[in-house]
Design a protein around this ligand. Structure first.
Ligand code: PMP
Length: 387
């Protein structure tokens, strides 16, 4: 009766986080909440490995986080380069256009990512104001080579905006060391908090570019000019108001970020890699083909897998019947041909084996011929191999 939620967000959340979410709502000006918000901002900086960045935490979803980046960094007529790896890169291009940018896209076939060389070449045809990258595209399970792309933009003096909604706190990302200008995310995936928060960390360079704008930001709610004094005030333990913060979500976020930092960022990235490796071993044992065409471009936060011959999209319902909730496809052209398994936040050996077992049983029930236990055994072998 309580299915295991293994979609690429929202994911399973820690009970301590859920208790914080359900606590009595304090005034947003209560000293206790002000201190909590201040700690959440500091912790977000640590999670993004961005000691020099300005964090923003705003009520909204990942899409708002995208808009909070674009609305402030782009003016009508500015050129923007989108490294496109799927549905959420398409969305970034739409948001950029809406804010008046002239958008150029670098694409690769579905399941691949444009190479850093191709992106560097495109950047050289600038000048571009911003380059955007979807760290992990949730529609395809493709992970972009974020470090190389961000460094290429930096070399050209182009601001880099990285969409980490399906990656932050799950995939290795060193914002300061790599020189990324904006890392943006939502609460509901590897950050381990129910949906409803837009988060971003902004480099001093991006703040300077925003301060040098010729025209005011056209969005009211997304204008950093409104939010920056609020974030600064909360970090300085002073009351301030622009729009009512999501008190309970921020309280839960402070708890989750504390858990994440106690685990340690490198340990957390390594756990996500280890669990992803176990899933990949299981999918191979089941003869399932992954959408990403190379291991280097395969995310550690989700799997995107084609249905095998003779099996259709009813598989997702069958897996649910086995106690695990998976997601269907999202890529516009391939929607009905594949499914997705999220593996973020709390995912450990128990979740891997439960999920692989459920997929294996459902596939066998659907007529796919595999020996029972082969996938579970392959996952188990990868789990005990700590290399
Ligand atoms: N970017 C990526 C990579 C995502 O996966 C998502 C959500 N799945 C979004 C942006 C948009 O986030 P939201 O649905 O919270 O608005």
């Amino acid at each position: 009766e309580r299915d295991l939620l293994m979609i690429p967000g929202p994911v399973e959340f820690d009970p301590e986080v859920m208790r914080a979410l359900g606590a009595r709502t304090l005034s947003h000006l209560d000293p206790v909440f002000i201190a909590t918000f201040g700690r959440a901002l500091q912790r977000l900086r640590e999670v993004c490995l961005a000691p020099s960045a300005q964090p923003f935490i705003v009520a909204g979803t990942g899409t708002l986080a995208m808009e909070l980046a674009v609305a402030n960094l782009v003016e009508p007529g500015d050129r923007a380069l989108v490294v496109n790896t799927g549905y959420f890169s398409d969305r970034m291009a739409l948001i950029l256009s809406r804010h008046g940018a002239e958008v150029t896209q670098v694409r690769a076939p579905v399941g691949e990512t444009p190479s850093p060389e191709a992106v560097a070449q495109a950047l050289a045809q600038g000048p571009y104001q911003v380059m955007t990258v979807t760290h992990v595209d949730t529609s395809t399970g493709v992970r972009a080579p974020a470090e190389a792309l961000v460094r290429a933009a930096h070399r050209q003096g182009v601001l880099s905006v990285v969409d980490g909604v399906c990656a932050t706190a799950g995939e290795t990302f060193h914002q300061d060391a790599w020189g990324a200008d904006v890392y943006l995310t939502g609460s509901q995936k590897a950050l381990g908090v129910p949906p409803g928060l837009a988060l971003l960390t902004v480099s001093p360079r991006a703040l300077a570019a925003w301060r040098a704008r010729k025209h005011p930001v056209r969005s009211f709610y997304a204008d950093w000019a409104e939010w920056l004094p609020i974030m600064e005030a909360y970090e300085a333990a002073k009351p301030a108001y622009f729009a009512t913060p999501a008190v309970n979500l921020i309280t839960a976020l402070e708890v989750s970020l504390g858990q994440i930092l106690r685990e340690g960022m490198e340990a957390r990235f390594a756990r996500h890699r280890h669990m992803a490796r176990a899933f990949r071993a299981a999918w191979r044992a089941l003869g399932l083909k992954s959408l990403p065409t190379s291991e280097a471009a395969t995310a550690h936060t989700l799997s995107a897998l084609y249905y095998p011959d003779g099996v259709d999209a009813s598989l997702v319902g069958r897996v649910r019947g086995q106690g695990v909730v998976l997601a269907g496809g999202l890529h516009p052209e391939l929607k009905t041909r594949y499914f997705r398994v999220g593996h973020m936040n709390l995912v450990g050996p128990g979740e891997v084996l439960a999920t692989v077992g459920a997929v294996e049983r459902a596939l066998i029930a659907a007529g796919h011929r595999v020996p029972p236990g082969a996938a579970v055994s392959a996952a188990q072998a990868a789990l005990v191999d700590s290399a």
